[in-house]
Write a protein that binds this ligand. Structure first.
Ligand code: NAG
Ligand code: NAG
Ligand code: NAG
Ligand code: NAG
Ligand code: NAG
Ligand code: NAG
Ligand code: NAG
Ligand code: NAG
Length: 449
């Protein structure tokens, strides 16, 4: 059983982390960054990390209480041209607003914010189809609706650039190239009771391996995509490229139909469970140029200090990008290892330089997100919280675990065990850290005055 911590971030800490991540604080903190990384790997920069003592870190958190964020909610300016019924999916929207909270959204985008936003849009369209009979919006409506959703969410504290952060375009709300969008036509083409049975109880632990619902969605999408070709019974192996785009577009239609048939909270859970399978399979980090590392770590490694210092510096670039899940960290370690070996770095530099899994996630808080879907929560006194797996100092595996997605489904392969929390990790500050912290607090106060 893994232990979990809630990462609690109040406004000040959020600002600090924001400033820190954007490197906009001047030298004391920049200087500190290098030494923290080398000397005090994994120490907590943020003072509010505390153990919850709950043995169930994987339970998705409950929906936040009605949002009364630090900022005064602004009245959203709606287009008046969107037919979606926002009040029907209020709970999902408010969860999306928390998950995508302000300047934290980019760092939670891949795992928490965008999956919740996408699920929300699916359910909004699904619910609306019960009235309109159509599982898509036309281009004009799509544009207004997406902008309205963004307005409503940012009025509740969400980031104002969600379309950009999550790469959602109005075209994502249309039927795109899928030939079927009417609910009636859909239901007369696919075996809808079979589809519903396969998807109404997605188990987020087993679905990614068993693919029961995912296979049912693919089957249904293929049926409606190839309806006009009389090929509905054809198996997937002979599908032409133009058909495969169609099938992908039709998957959206199928998912929206599910969003119309399931109770809203259940739909939310199912959709997050499905997107989670995709999330964990891919390392979302962008790997910068590796020349610095390969120069110093090439072949026999003549100077280990130089090699590790290049490695630390390289990893510190990764650490500014995003919070990632523990499985994604494995993906990222495998991917970077593969790139390094390709560049003739043959020695296990992870072990040599003590690179751990959580070194791939946003640092100073030492947080890897759980591999199962989770949400941020908002609380007036403690601010935004989200769940972290406390898996400090698991060595990054150097061996080629490239078949990770397959191997995580293979029960005979054990993923690295995650040790329990030790008291040393909690609320234990390096005195050196206090200075930049106070200094930065001072700066923030100055900015607020
Ligand atoms: C929030 O806005 C409402 C209405 O605009 C206003 O009455 C209220 O005083 C504001 N609250 C704060 C804390 O600014
Ligand atoms: C929107 O949804 C709410 C809650 O489900 C419902 O009470 C209301 O009648 C709906 N409005 C329209 C216009 O369908
Ligand atoms: C989009 O659909 C709405 C009705 O759902 C219709 O009033 C409007 O004319 C359509 N716009 C276009 C460009 O087709
Ligand atoms: C939206 O559609 C574009 C292609 O039109 C695609 O690249 C992108 O991934 C889609 N976004 C989402 C969130 O599905
Ligand atoms: C190894 O590299 C470090 C830092 O680049 C340097 O200070 C040190 O002198 C080097 N050691 C040797 C033996 O070259
Ligand atoms: C490579 O090293 C140079 C000079 O030390 C540094 O400015 C640059 O940021 C490094 N790049 C990466 C990706 O580590
Ligand atoms: C790796 O080493 C081999 C043999 O020494 C060499 O041919 C190859 O060009 C090197 N690759 C890189 C990326 O440096
Ligand atoms: C699971 O992993 C074990 C050990 O690596 C291997 O022998 C076995 O073939 C794998 N099973 C599947 C279904 O991949």
């Amino acid at each position: 059983m893994r232990d979990g911590v809630f990462l609690n971030l109040n406004l000040l800490n959020l600002l600090l982390l924001f400033l820190y991540l954007h490197g906009s604080l001047c030298s004391p903190l920049d200087y500190q960054q290098g030494s923290v990384l080398i000397e005090k790997k994994g120490n907590a920069f943020l003072p509010d990390i505390s153990p919850t003592g709950t043995p169930q870190p994987f339970l998705p958190l409950l929906a936040p209480s009605p949002l009364t964020p630090f900022t005064n909610n602004t009245e959203p300016k709606l287009s008046g041209l969107c037919t979606l019924n926002f009040s029907a999916s209020e709970s999902m929207m408010s969860m999306a607003a928390t998950d995508c909270w302000a300047f934290f959204a980019p760092f939670l985008a891949n795992v928490i914010c965008c999956p919740q936003l996408e699920a929300t849009l699916v359910v909004l369209m699904g619910q609306s189809s019960k009235v309109t009979g159509v599982l898509s919006l036309n281009a004009t409506h799509a544009k207004h609706c997406l902008s309205d959703v963004e307005q409503i969410l940012s009025g509740q504290g969400a980031n104002e650039n969600l379309q950009k952060i999550c790469s959602i375009h109005p075209s994502n709300l249309t039927e795109a190239s899928c030939p079927v969008k009417d609910v009636k036509e859909f239901e007369s083409t696919v075996d809808s009771s079979k589809l519903l049975a396969a998807c109404k109880k997605v188990d987020p632990v087993t679905e990614c391996c068993s693919q029961i619902c995912q296979d049912a969605i693919s089957d249904a999408a293929r049926k409606i995509a190839l309806k006009d070709y009389g090929l509905s019974s054809m198996d997937g192996t002979h599908v032409l490229p133009e058909h495969s785009t169609k099938i992908d577009d039709c998957k959206s239609i199928v998912i929206r139909w599910l969003g119309s048939r399931l109770d809203i909270l259940l739909a939310n859970k199912v959709l997050r469970g499905l997107s989670n399978c995709k999330v964990n399979k891919v390392c979302p980090l962008v790997f910068p140029d590796m020349r610095n590392v390969t120069k110093d770590c090439w072949k026999g490694i003549s100077n280990e200090t130089a090699c590790c210092s290049a490695m630390e510096s390289y990893v510190s670039h990764l650490q500014k990008q995003s919070f990632i899940t523990n499985l994604q960290a494995l993906d990222c370690a495998a991917l970077l290892g593969k790139k390094l070996r390709k560049a003739n770095v043959t020695k296990n530099v992870y072990s040599l330089c003590h690179i751990t899994l959580k070194d791939f996630s946003v640092q100073e808080s030492g947080c890897l997100l759980p591999s199962l879907p989770s949400d941020a929560t908002f609380d007036k006194s403690s601010g935004i919280s989200f769940l972290c797996d406390l898996n400090d100092n698991i060595a990054a595996p150097w061996s080629s675990t490239s078949q990770l997605s397959a191997s995580s489904c293979n029960k005979t392969i054990k993923l690295p065990a995650l040790p329990a929390a030790t008291s040393a990790q909690i609320g234990h500050y390096n005195e050196d850290l206090m200075f930049p912290l106070l200094f930065a607090s001072f700066l923030v106060l100055m900015m607020l005055l």
